[in-house]
Design a protein around this ligand. Structure first.
Ligand code: MN
Length: 220
């Protein structure tokens, strides 16, 4: 069973998270931003994960730190839970209609962080969420999950639907990318050296530049 939990505290945010990849779609999420909770709840449900996320951020400044740092923590949770990534399907995509809106998310968990994000949302707020921050959320996620993620809305009218369709596609693309194929059980992901120490892709990049003898210092 692939699980992870962690606590990440900075001057701006304190976030506790727990993830089970093979979950039942159960969630307990509170970020202080109701629409963001709604998106993360749908992500959990559509991915079939179990996710607990409690974020206490400096919302009196604005939502930026909280939303971005939740993306970082979610990325770290997946990195930690996926472990050595051997035998996973690694890449996945989903195209999902939500009434008049059609969206796509494609993801590759090969270790190279990259984000291409086109949501077509033209309003400043959906519910209580500052919509431009969805891109910062995915930016935090890709860097710490070691993921390449492309999100695109092809067309749509409702801005609520556009964001919701992206999060549902994200969930279902991740569900497949994380899933294991028994025939691939000895197949390594890329030339990278998973798992990522301390659950952070940044640490991982630093680690790769060190000599093998020094690697043993890091807990696995
Ligand atoms: Mn909704």
């Amino acid at each position: 069973m692939r699980t992870a939990q962690l606590q990440r505290d900075t001057k701006e945010t304190r976030i506790a998270g727990a993830l089970k990849i093979e979950g039942r779609g159960r969630y307990d999420i509170s970020t202080g931003i109701r629409f963001f909770d709604h998106m993360l709840e749908l992500f959990t449900k559509h991915g079939g994960f179990d996710l607990t996320l409690k974020a206490d951020g400096d919302l009196d400044v604005d939502q930026h730190h909280t939303v971005e740092d939740v993306g970082i923590v979610l990325g770290q949770l997946f990195a930690k839970a996926l472990g050595d990534r051997k035998g996973i399907n690694r890449a996945g995509y989903f195209v999902l209609p939500m009434d008049e809106t059609l969206a796509l998310v494609a993801v590759d968990l090969g270790g190279r962080p990259f984000l291409v994000y086109k949501d077509l949302v033209k309003v400043r707020l959906v519910g209580d969420l500052q919509t431009e921050l969805a891109e910062d959320f995915f930016g935090g996620f890709v860097h710490h999950a070691g993921a390449n993620l492309h999100a695109k809305v092809f067309y749509g009218r409702s801005n609520h639907h556009k964001l919701e369709a992206i999060f549902k596609c994200f969930a279902r693309a991740m569900k497949f990318a994380c899933s294991k194929d028994a025939r691939l059980k000895d197949q390594r992901v890329s030339r990278t050296n998973f798992p990522l120490p301390r659950g952070s892709y940044d640490c991982h990049l630093r680690l790769r530049r060190r000599q093998p003898a020094q690697r043993a210092k890091y807990p696995r």
